[in-house]
Design a protein around this ligand. Sequence first.
Ligand SMILES: Cc1cc2nc3c(=O)[nH]c(=O)nc-3n(C[C@H](O)[C@H](O)[C@H](O)COP(=O)(O)O)c2cc1C
Length: 181
Amino acid sequence: MREGEAMPVVVYFSRAQENLVDGSMQNLVTGNTQCLAEKIACQLNCSTYALEPVAPYPRRYKETLIRAELEKGKQLLPEIKALPHDFSDESVIFLGFPTWWSSYPLVIDSFLKQLLLTEKQLYPFCTHEGSGFGESLIVLKKRYPTACVKVGLPVRGSRVMKADEAVKNWLRHYYCEKERK
Ligand SMILES: Cc1cc2nc3c(=O)[nH]c(=O)nc-3n(C[C@H](O)[C@H](O)[C@H](O)COP(=O)(O)O)c2cc1C
């Protein structure tokens, strides 16, 4: 780190408990995206912040599917708990989420809408069950045209524990960019 240089941060949303992993229902103690977020933060040696909706998503997978579909269809942004950090000084945010209904959960919008995104670099990462990012990157770029959305890292939920090498390779994009400045 150069003197005066701001550290990146990892901000993510993840929902543990009942979920589909490789097509079968499992009870996750730690959410897949949280596992990935922690691996990224460990390699970057930076802090993580978990986004939490004020009204938690149901434990049951199918009930969560229904709520997420309704939120997506009607663009209902869930209220999120305040984070113990002001992100105005960070220029780089690693932003993680599970793919929901081929996009990102609206909790992410609840967070991004609070920020002044001009000149902020967003490095998106997601976990999924086969759709990759789906339309998430297109939607992010469209909704936040002043942000600089960088190359993303999609990881299948069932492979998250083996993602260290993929994370390392992906972070090269960030380090290259940093060197150029
Ligand atoms: C409401 C909901 C919708 C989902 N929609 C998709 C989808 O469209 N495509 C996909 O590949 N996986 C989908 N999934 C699976 C999750 O993306 C996957 O299990 C992810 O790893 C969960 O991450 P988490 O444990 O951090 O919440 C969905 C899961 C939920 C709960």
